[in-house]
Design a protein around this ligand. Structure first.
Ligand SMILES: [Zn+2]
Length: 278
């Protein structure tokens, strides 16, 4: 999955740290991130690469024990190796640890930008020094990065899996049923509701699989396996799904890559006959 960058180590623990020359800096222009390119590979610039004094910035996380900071102004040498790359590229950018750090930095950038002012009283928000949070001196409002939980479910029946094609899926691939948990709803209830709404099927025997953060949309994907009876009629929700059906191991349609998405990993497990063991 996208967060699997072993042997590299990503730590999101918040620390109070002063930035030094050996730290990585993340500087965005619009939604594009400044990176250094060598051939097909990218690196994150170090603070010491700046040609002008650069502000302290906001601590983000650490990558392989190097602290990472978000800065606004970062002037690099006039060198063709420095490029701005958009968030859409981050998923497939190489190496993977740079892609992962970039995508999480982009999520935090969005959060800081969307919360410059207090949602309660409109005053300017301040950085909290001891945790990853913003607070309002005027009314005391404190906010933390927002993460939206979404279920993703591999519905199986004997030797078949239910796959659906979303109306917004590019490239015509099929994937698992997924959707956001609603207010006041457990994840299990979200599984039952989403499968019913999108395909008309009733499911049972819901088991947890794994979770995967998806920083592009600030989502935490929570994977489940569930069972259904394939004699039930499939009734798709045309607002969300253009097609859905049961597939056996030897006639699977194109599905997402297993090394990036939790859906791809679960479909790959089904293909190998290992999903029913979970
Ligand atoms: Zn306020």
């Amino acid at each position: 999955m996208i967060q699997d960058i072993n042997p590299h180590v990503f730590k999101n623990s918040f620390i109070q740290a002063d930035s030094c020359d050996e730290d990585f800096v993340f500087q965005f222009r619009g939604g594009d991130l400044l990176l250094k390119q060598q051939g097909e590979e990218y690196t994150i610039p170090f603070r010491k690469e700046a040609v002008q004094k650069c502000e302290q910035g906001i601590f983000l996380f650490s990558l392989d024990n190097t602290n990472c900071f978000l800065v606004q102004d970062f002037v690099v040498p006039d060198d063709s190796g420095y490029v701005y790359r958009g968030v859409n590229l981050f998923r497939v950018l190489q190496p993977r640890e740079v892609a992962w750090a970039s995508i999480v930095a982009h999520q935090l950038l969005n959060w800081y930008e969307l919360n410059r002012f207090c949602g309660k009283c409109g005053a300017g928000m301040k950085l909290k020094q001891d945790e990853r949070a913003l607070y309002c001196e005027t009314c005391g409002n404190t906010i933390y990065p927002k993460i939206s939980p979404a279920i993703i479910v591999a519905v199986v029946c004997k030797n078949k899996i239910l796959l659906a094609k979303g109306i917004n899926f590019r490239g015509g691939f099929y994937s698992l049923v997924a959707g956001y948990a609603d207010v006041g709803e457990s994840l299990e209830a979200a599984v039952v509701r989403e499968v019913k709404e999108e395909t008309g099927l009733d499911v049972w025997n819901i088991r947890y699989y794994k979770s995967s953060p998806w920083p592009v949309s600030g989502t935490l994907m929570i994977g489940f396996v569930a069972e259904a009876d394939d004699r039930q009629p499939i009734v798709i929700d045309p607002k969300e799904i253009s097609d859905a059906g049961w597939f056996s191991r030897d006639n699977l349609p194109t599905y997402p890559p297993a090394d990036i998405s939790i859906a791809g990993e679960m479909i790959e497990l089904f293909r190998m006959g290992k999903l029913s063991e979970l």
